[in-house]
Design a protein around this ligand. Structure first.
Ligand code: F6P
Length: 745
């Protein structure tokens, strides 16, 4: 195939070259003929005058003597020279007085003397000759012309030889040029093919390829091709984004059409369903986790296997012999494969490296990260355990694996080693810091290398992508293409892209819950508050990044600034216990409780506290009831990848009422522009936003809420997953094409 293309390409060069060579030879040969003839004529002229000068004196002497026989013999002797054909002597009257027998009859004195045939090559019946005349004068007054006739047949022979050599030269030149052309064409073709192949492999389309790899003269063209492919890709993505209404059905269709027959494997630390022992029985609950909130509906739509840490006290009792259990418990749709770890392993991998090291490292919340070698060793060990489980659960050599979060930075690289053809989509649910901040991690290179095992690496925002690219640029030897947001390292290519995570839409409870007013009434009753009590809510894990202390301070400040609300307003904080084995979290929880107490001591009135702190787990349905009851929802994270509480609150308000106060340091703030955006470190500003929310006219609430609901409904979690899977499908397509090209070439 390749050879045939090279031959065709070569012929395209050789044919015009051969024609050009022929034309050149056609023009050059007469020119050379003419030139050599002129040289020969000049030589003959010089020769003739040399012979004439030599003969001049003896001839004059013999002419004066009138000795005819000696004159004839002188002339005869002189033509012994092989080139000199004949000599003759003409009187000044034009009579041929003396002549050698060889003197051509067709040459007369008049024609020779009048230069009709002189000093040039003349073709006579006897052959080609050069005729020259030379003036001879004697003292006795006899004058005449010595006529010298040279045989020039040798000139023709030499011209023919020269012509032959010139033509031969052109043939050799043509052959050599053709060979060089074929060679260069072959090299260029290979260069082209390598370039195109590299692009098809994604190295140009999405992945960069080395400029040294491609002939420099092809660079501009390759650049154009790459730009074209990229713009086509971007256009296609845009078209997908605007035309597809993402739902579980579209996600299913996408999977079956674009990733035919692929089962999805999800890997996360936190499991979507936890079985725990309670009162002699087993109960199941869903954890407080944005990750689970987002990924679970996707998994239900796609089916496949979710691999996660079995952390519940009854988890081992509910799995089969392969450590699998079908979930959701009430309507089984996919497999949950549980991975076990010892207390020591969990302490090092989860509490230590992931949550004392990476968590504070990635969040700018002013808590020092702690890195211990023993934790790192457990982190490596557990990542490998999950990688082995992926290889075991995969039913093909090229599965689609969705790796979730900072617990598994090494996992993509490990899976890549076990399953080189796997499509690995890694999503980092927390922020990515700048290179300087990340650089303090002693194992920064190992983490980055592990992550670059991914086919696609997703963050919530373009800003986190940029930070990641800069970090890789700072600490690893890679090739980064900023325009296409791609990194290639040792033949592995990773697309770094932002995929803002979201929630399921329509929400699961839609059409199944009582009206807002009724829920509000029930919740206020449950809280022991009067029916006209103003309510705001915060829902978080008990985590120092969530800005719970700052939020309480804002509540306090608002009550200071607006004393008319004291006793008429209550802030409900739902705070699910989280990572409570860690000292930092214990201290934080204690501070939250202390602040709540202090504020309530100042502003509680007649059993109506300013703050109700519910530091316990709540199932999603219960959380939803609080959302629907609160006039304001406060999300005041000090730093947050996305924050799905903000989107959940918006989804819960099908009455189009309620106000969202949202920290500018969340990913959600980049999408929910109609929220009241605040800097949680600015207590007065946050307090004012809370007040503004509580007193906002209904029409304004409606406008803001309607707009935010439209956005969340459109940019739902199915789009989040769908866009990643679509990108994965394209990468797989390109890889298949590249493999075919490699095979064919
Ligand atoms: O925000 C990061 C994250 O891992 C989320 O993905 C998840 O919602 C949350 O933390 C839960 O943390 P953990 O699994 O430690 O309880």
């Amino acid at each position: 195939m390749n050879g045939f293309r090279s031959l065709k390409l070569s012929l395209r060069f050789i044919l015009p070259l051969a024609i050009a060579m022929g034309l050149l030879a056609y023009a050059v040969v007469p020119l050379v003929d003419n030139l050599t003839l002129r040289w020969f004529v000049r030589d003959m002229d010089i020769r003739s005058s040399l012979i004439a000068n030599t003969l001049h004196e003896p001839l004059v002497e013999l002419l004066q003597q009138g000795n005819k026989s000696r004159i004839n013999s002188l002339l005869l002797r002189s033509i012994q020279d092989e080139r000199l054909l004949a000599l003759g002597f003409c009187s000044d009257k034009g009579d041929l007085l003396y002549r050698t027998p060889t003197f051509p009859k067709s040459i007369s004195c008049s024609s020779a003397i009048n230069n009709k045939v002189g000093n040039q090559i003349t073709r006579l019946p006897e052959g080609a000759v050069h005729v020259a005349s030379h003036q001879i004068a004697t003292d006795s007054g006899l004058k005449g012309q010595l006529i010298l006739v040279h045989d020039t047949s040798f000139i023709e022979l030499r011209s023919a030889d020269t012509r032959k050599y010139i033509i031969l030269l052109f043939i050799v030149l043509g052959l050599v040029t053709s060979l060089i052309t074929v060679f260069v064409a072959h090299l260029s073709w290979r260069g082209w093919m390598d370039g195109v192949r590299a692009m098809l492999k994604g190295e140009g389309f999405l992945k960069p390829f080395s400029h040294q790899d491609v002939n420099s003269e092809l660079q501009p063209l390759v650049g154009d091709l790459k730009t074209l492919l990229r713009s086509l890709d971007a256009e296609r993505r845009l078209a997908d984004d605007s035309t597809i209404t993402w739902s579980p059905e579209t996600l299913k269709i996408l999977l079956h059409k674009q990733l035919v027959g692929e089962r999805i494997i999800v890997v996360s630390n936190r499991e979507p369903y936890i079985h725990s022992k309670k009162d002699g029985g087993i109960e199941v609950h869903r954890p407080a986790s944005g990750l689970v909130t987002a990924v679970e509906p996707v998994m239900r739509a796609c089916s496949g296997t979710w691999i996660a840490h079995g952390s519940g006290t009854a988890d081992r009792e509910t799995v089969d012999a392969n450590d699998r259990v079908m979930v959701p418990p009430d309507k089984p749709e996919y497999n949950l494969r549980r991975i076990w770890m010892s207390e020591e392993e969990e302490k090092g991998y989860y509490y230590g490296f992931a949550n004392e090291g990476l968590w504070p490292l990635c969040h700018i919340a002013h808590v020092r990260p702690i890195f211990r070698t023993s934790d790192w060793e457990q982190y490596v060990k557990i990542n490998q355990r999950f990688a082995d489980a992926v290889a075991k659960e995969a039913d093909s050599d090229n599965p689609v694996v969705l790796v979730q979060d900072y617990h598994f930075a090494l996992l993509p690289g490990m899976i890549r080693k076990l399953l080189p053809k796997a499509t690995i989509i890694t999503f980092w649910h927390i922020p990515w810091p700048n290179p300087e901040s990340f650089g303090i991690c002693p194992w920064r290179e190992e983490l980055l290398k592990g992550m670059l095992g991914s086919t696609i690496l997703g963050f919530h925002t373009p800003y986190h992508c940029k930070n990641f690219l800069e970090t890789v640029d700072r600490y690893l030897e890679t090739r980064i293409e900023h325009a296409s947001s791609t990194i290639s390292r040792r033949g592995q290519f990773t697309l770094v892209e932002s995929y803002p995570i979201s929630i399921q839409w329509p929400p699961p409870w839609q059409g199944k819950v009582p009206p807002v007013e009724q829920t509000r009434k029930e919740i206020l009753e449950k809280l022991g508050l009067p029916s006209d009590q103003m309510l705001a809510v915060g829902v978080d894990r008990m985590d120092y990044t969530k800005g719970i202390l700052e939020r309480f301070s804002a509540v306090e400040r608002m009550l200071e600034l607006h004393p008319e609300l004291v006793g008429r307003f209550t802030f409900v904080q739902i705070a699910a216990p989280s990572r409570s084995a860690l000292e930092e979290y214990q201290t934080f929880e204690a501070r939250v409780h202390a602040l709540e107490k202090r504020i309530n001591a100042r502003f509680a009135r007649d059993g109506r506290p300013a703050i109700i702190l519910k530091a316990e787990h709540h199932e999603p349905e219960e959380v939803n009831r609080y959302y629907r009851s609160a006039q304001v929802c406060m999300v005041t994270s000090l730093h947050d990848g996305m924050n799905l509480v903000a989107k959940e609150y918006v989804a819960s308000r099908d009455d189009e009422r309620g106000v969202l106060v949202l920290s500018q340091f969340t990913g959600a703030a980049h999408e929910l522009h109609e929220a009241l955006i605040v800097n949680p470190y600015h207590v007065e500003q946050t307090a004012e936003a809370l007040y503004q929310g509580l007193t906002m006219p209904e029409y304004e609430q409606q406008e803001r809420m309607r707009s935010m609901r439209a956005l969340v409904s459109d940019f739902n979690v199915y789009r989040w997953a769908g866009r990643m899977l679509l990108d994965a499908a394209r990468v797989r397509q390109r890889e298949k094409l590249a493999t075919r090209i490699r095979r064919d070439s």
